[in-house]
Design a protein around this ligand. Structure first.
Ligand code: PEP
Ligand code: MG
Length: 593
């Protein structure tokens, strides 16, 4: 019996699944070089041209299928692939080397494509770095056409498998049929790659960034993909399977229980009503929002529009997507956040420079306030989509009152132009500010006078307040939502909002942490917005407790001085108030090795 082995990577799409391995492809095709005669060069060139044409046809075909299945936005990604095929300097270098070195075209092609993708993968700018995977993906297709080899077609799979690959191109992920591909794991990748985003919208458990998993598994092996913890277990032992099975059964029966409260309000036992909404990245996420019982969308991240394309999204594209979401969640609300590119966000071709400190650089609202063409097109689309009355606007990365005033002036200008054109929109559309920069939290009382609501972005608020890079594993231990400094800031923002008669929500990950729910509730938070999958647990906590007890807890934790004490105490209280939930969490932790 082969030994169990655990590989660690990055969790990008939750869920746990056990299945048989299907290797889509590993890192490299081995091409043996051989010399050719000068007279054979035209023949090699003709083969190369044929391979390029065949690859172009393939990509256009996939683009068409994806456009039909998943929408035009997803299909746009392939424009970058088509551009690689047409890259003059790449093609010229291949032809030059062919003339000079007189080796088989497959070999020359592979050498040049590897050189190009290596150069791109070392560039600091994440957008350009991502082009490396486009080059690799297209390169593999061309090579397979040259070799007369067909890449495995995921849409034709006959049985359930877990796909293991060096990298998955967007075309691979999109071709996956949920019934047959039950999970996947890759050598490379990050949370913000196209693949990760697609995996989440397909709701397939996935782990990426496993370094060399393709070297350790073979077709037919049994693996367990744990998309919660970011691990892949090869040949799981009986004991491991037993633990996971227990967890699955427990989660399944707990989910059945949670299912029963799906359509009930997020209301405490003593009648405090909370709005519990979901975070989304694209209109395709809406079914999941509805299935998990969220009340609309509390954060629509709109960065996805700008990625994987060479041009700017048009006002019409924005409008269609926003309208689709507004209609689907109606009569619930959708809060559309204006574009927040920069930092760790999906990068696009936009002229955001390569900066030393991108998290503190020219991003989000800072970019929009300078690039009025980009900002106004988005604002016009949001306003037009507001005509049903359920759309709100939110500005990201606000650092002080001046930015809000300026953004509001621009919004006013856009409204006046719409009035002139007699284009309908909701005149009393609510406008909010994200509070995610410490200076905004500290001046929340001033900002509150210019907006209708706040949404606390704890992902960034924690990183900036504690000086902890939110994507750096080395300092992850310092990233503490229960740091007393963070809780003080959150409480002061909530009070500033209420004292000024506006409501306040939270859309950072902290809003989806059941152990934090009672504290936030007790501090007076009015709205929680989190990933769809976290909604049922948070709702369960809210419906199981009294607001009065939550207030007492929020008060009590102010007497502690360390994050650990606060976390420990909050969990203890939750254990008492919602025992079955904490039982779940504790059991999960027990075999987290
Ligand atoms: C946040 O910073 O908490 C937030 C919700 O925004 P994002 O994660 O998109 O930066
Ligand atoms: Mg943020």
């Amino acid at each position: 019996m082969a030994k169990e082995k655990t590989y660690r990577g990055v969790a990008v799409s939750p869920g746990v699944i056990l299945g048989k391995v299907f290797i889509l492809d590993s890192q490299e095709d081995t091409i043996v070089p051989h010399s050719i005669e000068t007279s054979k060069i035209p023949y090699e060139i003709a083969r190369f041209e044929e391979a390029l044409i065949a690859t172009r046809r393939e990509i256009l075909n996939i683009q068409k299928q994806i456009s039909q299945k998943m929408g035009v936005d997803h299909a746009e990604i392939f424009n970058a692939h088509l551009m690689v095929l047409e890259d003059r300097s790449l093609i010229e270098e291949i032809l030059k080397r062919l003339e000079k070195e007189k080796k088989n075209i497959e070999y020359i092609f592979q050498q040049v494509i590897t050189k190009y993708s290596d150069v791109f993968s070392q560039i600091k700018d994440e957008y350009l770095r991502e082009r490396a995977s486009d080059i690799r993906d297209v390169g593999k297709r061309v090579l397979h056409n040259l070799l007369g080899k067909k890449k495995e077609d995921l849409s034709k799979l006959k049985e359930e498998v877990i796909v293991i690959a060096y990298d998955l191109s967007p075309s691979d992920t999109a071709a996956m049929h949920k019934e047959n591909v039950i999970g996947f794991a890759t050598d490379i990748g990050s949370r913000t790659s196209h693949t990760a985003i697609m995996a989440r919208s397909l709701e397939i458990p996935a782990v990426v960034g496993l370094h060399d998993i393709t070297k350790h598994v073979k077709n037919g092996d049994t693996v367990l993909v744990d998309g919660h913890r970011g691990i892949v277990i090869l040949n799981p032992e009986k004991k491991t399977l037993g633990l996971y099975q227990e967890e699955r059964t427990r989660i399944a029966s707990f989910l059945v229980k949670l299912e029963k409260i799906r359509d009930l309000p997020a209301e405490t036992k003593d009648g405090r009503r909370i709005t519990l909404s979901a975070n989304i990245e694209m209109p395709e996420d809406i079914p999941s929002v509805i299935n998990h019982g969220a009340e609309g969308v509390g954060l629509y991240r709109t960065e996805f529009f700008y990625m994987g394309r060479e041009d700017l999204p048009t006002e019409e594209e924005h409008y269609e997507a926003y309208m689709e979401v507004a209609e689907k969640v109606y009569p619930n609300d959708v809060i559309i956040r204006t574009m927040d590119l920069g930092g760790d966000k999906y990068l696009s071709h936009l002229d955001i420079p390569n900066e030393m400190n991108p998290f503190m650089g020219w991003r989000g609202i800072r970019y929009c306030l300078e690039r009025l063409d980009v900002f106004e097109a988005q604002l016009r689309a949001i306003l037009r989509a507001s005509r049903l009355g359920n759309v709100k606007i939110m500005y990201p990365m606000i650092s002080g009152v001046v930015e809000v005033i300026r953004a509001n002036e621009i919004l006013e200008g856009v409204k006046q132009r719409l009035d002139k054109e007699k284009t309908p929109y909701s005149k009393d559309i609510e406008v909010g500010a994200m509070i995610e920069v410490p200076s905004a939290a500290l001046t929340a009382r001033d900002i509150a006078k210019h907006v209708d609501f706040f949404s606390i972005g704890t992902n960034d608020l924690i990183q900036y307040s504690l000086a902890v890079d939110r994507v750096n594993e080395k300092v992850a231990y310092l990233y503490e939502p229960t740091h007393p400094g963070i809780l003080n800031l959150i409480k002061s923002v909530i009070d500033a909002a209420h004292d000024n008669g506006i409501w306040v929500g939270m859309c950072g990950e902290m809003a989806g942490e059941p152990a934090m729910t009672m504290i936030l509730l007790g501090m007076g938070l009015d709205e929680f917005s989190t990933s769809s999958a976290s909604i049922p647990e948070v709702k369960h906590v809210i419906r199981s407790v009294n607001y009065e007890d939550a207030k007492a807890l929020a008060d009590k934790v102010t007497s502690f001085t360390t994050p650990g004490e606060i976390k420990g105490y909050a969990e203890k209280v939750l254990c008492k108030s919602v025992p079955e939930l904490m039982e779940q969490k504790n059991k999960k932790l027990k075999h987290r090795r």
